[in-house]
Design a protein around this ligand. Sequence first.
Ligand code: GH3
Ligand code: MG
Ligand code: MG
Ligand code: MG
Length: 294
Amino acid sequence: MNERILIVDDNKNNLRLLQNILEDEDFEIYATVDSTEVVDLAVKVKPSAILLDVMMPILDGFEVCSLLKQEPLARDIPVIIVTAKTETQDLKTAFDLGAFDYIKKPIDEIEVISRVKSALRFKAQQDKLTEMASRDGLTGLFNHALLIDLFEKELLKAKRNKSSLTFIMMDIDYFKKVNDNYGHLAGDLILKQVAEILTNSVRSSDIAGRYGGEEFGLVLPETNVSNACLVGEKIRSAVEENHFDIGNESIQITISIGIYSKEPEESIDSKEMIKRADEALYKAKTNGRNRVEL
Ligand code: GH3
Ligand code: MG
Ligand code: MG
Ligand code: MG
């Protein structure tokens, strides 16, 4: 898939010039003359870099840059300021606002391509490091911090699009006994296999994470309560039926599941959703375990 680049300039000729240069490099170009739609467009298109003019009506490029940096769904996209403002003070302003690079007009084709490619390399490396730092070492699922971070981003999206969103909290039943009876290494092997079951039970757009020791969290975008129950039940029964390989033998375990689904119009924060899913999980435990509860 070609990398996407967003170009913003109130002058159509400038826009076309940049577009032609970058299209020759096989990038997928999105362009706009309207500085007020940049943040929304960036969130929607998810470009790998943004080229941003400064002198524009309504919102200038500096204002747009700072709005982009305040938007959680856009702030990691490198911004390259492209401007006829050549004072060093302007360059300082751009970098202070979080711009990645600065190109002075009139533009030079080779310079534009080189600086865009440098921004893309930076972005790719950044994404890779984020990915590495975000995985739980044992299970390969997202770790607690990233699970929460991604959940909050999905919740923002769900509120904006007035869509439903589900958070599921899961906890292995009597896991202490497993450790006591078969040892900690066997426990670790089971955690890995539960993670595999989770990954195989959900869509690629769903977010599975290790919430804590033997607790897992699942974020299901655009999923209402009845579909969430189907997913919960699928996971519950898959765990119940699985024979977990712990070296020279295999054992069976069960898992308890608590669900909270946000309605499309509902306004609720992530902490409250987690709390409600946790309360549902507690209900599943007190009602006998190996259950799915709301
Ligand atoms: P319940 O059904 O009420 O959830 O009982 P439980 O024994 O699973 O619950 P409890 O929270 O008391 O115990 C959780 C256990 O999970 C305790 C801890 O030793 C174990 N555990 C947590 N993290 C890990 C891990 O990374 N590896 C292993 N092997 N065990 C872990
Ligand atoms: Mg301009
Ligand atoms: Mg627990
Ligand atoms: Mg447990």
